[in-house]
Design a protein around this ligand. Structure first.
Ligand code: FES
Ligand code: FES
Length: 165
């Protein structure tokens, strides 16, 4: 099998990369483009740790071929912050203690970001539904759900929360 040169649009930048036809988007992001924020855990579409956006929709990068991503806009967790400025969602995760080991966090953020882009003020049930495909082994989910809810509804002020209003 020979490698083929493709151009991907990652975080609004064109990236030329040589891939095998069966390389996954996750392999190419991590191993060829050094974008290691997206994590591989199950590698079979179950855990959500590899979630990225393709044309603003969350997809499993471990189940997506890199070649399928040509002609689309891919956003990874590296694309959430603006330089050193974290997004409100990222800051809310920190403020609410929603990160423990952090392995699920990039995927959680990308699923939550897609939700907030579509529905800026989700209720708790909607947040839980949107994150149902993302597994966390540490937090018990409550703080993650709170962090996402607060990022969408900053006027619902929580005690000790420093998230921007
Ligand atoms: S690594 Fe992709 S869903 Fe688990
Ligand atoms: S913070 Fe450890 S798996 Fe979620």
């Amino acid at each position: 099998m020979e490698k083929i040169e493709i151009t991907l649009n990652i975080n609004d930048k064109p990236c030329e990369v040589r891939v095998f036809p069966n390389d996954t988007l996750l392999e190419v992001l991590r191993d060829e483009l050094d974008l290691t924020g997206s994590k591989e855990s199950c590698g079979e579409g179950v855990c959500g740790s590899c979630t990225v956006h393709m044309d603003e929709k969350p997809v499993r990068a471990c189940l997506t071929l890199a070649m399928e991503a040509t002609g689309t806009r891919i956003k990874t967790v590296e694309g959430l912050a603006n330089g050193d400025d974290l997004s409100d969602l990222q800051q809310s995760f920190i403020d609410h203690g929603a990160v423990q080991c952090g392995f699920c966090t990039p995927g959680m953020l990308m699923s939550a970001d897609a939700l907030l882009n579509e529905n800026p003020k989700p209720d708790e049930k909607t947040v839980r539904m949107a994150l149902a495909g993302n597994i966390c082994r540490c937090t018990g989910y409550a703080k993650i759900v709170e962090a996402v809810g607060h990022a969408g509804n900053p006027q619902d002020h929580c005690p000790d929360c420093k998230t921007k209003e």
